[in-house]
Structures are given as structure tokens and as C-alpha cells.
Design a protein around this ligand. Structure first.
Ligand code: GRF
Length: 201
């Protein structure tokens, strides 16, 4: 199973997946990293891991259709089976979405369908969880569709919200679980324990 990553910033989830593959805990090969941010740590990580990295953005491809095509071509050229969004802040274009339907995963740092959708990214997610007085938050891995954070849910894990939590404290507790759940879910897909075809809309 060849994994292609799209990441905009730190790529700590991507690193957790790469590490799991290196340790033999994940039977998959990270084959490419695409970022819309030329200076992202994700691309730096790709370089130091010897994984081909590509900067593809609205700057390199001002026309959205040509950006979509460039992303799709890169994934196909690298024989990607599963596309893993790991903190990717852009929407994928229709070409990539339709060619990889049911094969694109995203991770969200809360229990979808709550605290998802437009504007719900980064620290805003955890602010929303705390503002709503939730007793628990968590991690969701879902298939990517045209609508933000609305694709079929593949895996979830719960994380308690502790009294006095700041959004940053909660984010840290959730991120630890993200780094466990993403590689484990991908291993489930690699071994066939999780069949993505069962989750198609
Ligand atoms: C994670 O919290 C993930 O849930 C969200 O973006 C963040 C990415 O973090 N989609 P990192 O780049 O993997 O460190």
C-alpha cells in the first residue's frame, strides 16, 4: 500500500505514520509528500526521510484546475494507493477527489460531526469544544468528500476534557492520540481489517 501525503505545516501526524512504517508496525510505503507551503516542516521531514517532496500551490499553479491536475499527476506518477491528508489546509480539486474517491483520508482533532466544518481547524476546534462545555473530545479519521469534515467516519477515539483545560492543553492531549490512531487505522486498511469500500457513500 503506497501512501501519498498532503500536508501544510508541521506534519507530526505524517511523521508518526512514517515512523510506524519504518518500525514495521505499518505495512505501507510512504512514497510522496505534497505541500502547498514551500517552507513547511512537512517538506523538510520528507527531505530528511528521503521521500520525494513537491511544493504545489496556488503560486506554482494559479489556475485551480491546473493545480488539481498537478496534484493528481504527482499522486498517480508515484503509484499512490491511499492519500493521507495530515494537516492539509486546502481543499482538493474535483479531479483528484473523483480519481481517489473512497481512498482519501483526513484526521480531525475532535469527535465529528461536532466541531467540524468551515473555520474548524487548528486551535479553533479545541476552543469550540471547551466553549461548549464538552466533557470529552477526541480524534476522527474520515474519508474526504467535497464537503468539509463530512465524509464517512472510519475511526474515532475519545479523549477526556479535564477541568481547567486550555485549548492548547486539550490540543496536546488530542495530538498524542492522533499519532496513535492514524498509523493504526492505516495498518487496519493495509491488512484488510478495515475495508474502505464498506464506507463509500
Ligand atoms: C492535527 O491536529 C490534525 O488533526 C489536523 O491538523 C493537525 C495537523 O498537525 N487536521 P500535524 O501537521 O500533523 O502536526
Amino acid at each position: 500500500m503506497n501512501i501519498g501525503f498532503l500536508a501544510s505545516h508541521g506534519g507530526s501526524n505524517m511523521q508518526a505514520i512514517i515512523d510506524a512504517a519504518k518500525k514495521g508496525k505499518l505495512h505501507a510505503r510512504p512514497v510522496v509528500v505534497i505541500s502547498n507551503n514551500a517552507d513547511s516542516t512537512a517538506l523538510e521531514r520528507a527531505r530528511s526521510e528521503g521521500i520525494p517532496g513537491f511544493y504545489l500551490s496556488g503560486k506554482t499553479h494559479p489556475d485551480p484546475d491546473s493545480l488539481d491536475q498537478a496534484i493528481l499527476d504527482t499522486l498517480l506518477a508515484c503509484n499512490v494507493d491511499i492519500v493521507v491528508l495530515a494537516g492539509y489546509m486546502k481543499k482538493l480539486g474535483p479531479g483528484t477527489l473523483s480519481r481517489f474517491t473512497g481512498r482519501i483520508l483526513n484526521i480531525h482533532p475532535a469527535l465529528l460531526p461536532k466541531h467540524g466544518g468551515k473555520g474548524m481547524y487548528g486551535i479553533h476546534v479545541h476552543e469550540s469544544v471547551i466553549a461548549d462545555g464538552e466533557k470529552e473530545s477526541g480524534v476522527t479519521i474520515h474519508l474526504v468528500t467535497e464537503e468539509y469534515d463530512r465524509g464517512p467516519i472510519i475511526a474515532q477515539v475519545r479523549v477526556p476534557v479535564e477541568p481547567g483545560d486550555t485549548p492548547e492543553m486539550l490540543a496536546q492531549r488530542v495530538l498524542i492520540q492522533e499519532h496513535i490512531l492514524y498509523p493504526a487505522t492505516l495498518e487496519g486498511i493495509a491488512t484488510g481489517e478495515i475495508n474502505l469500500d464498506n464506507f463509500k457513500k
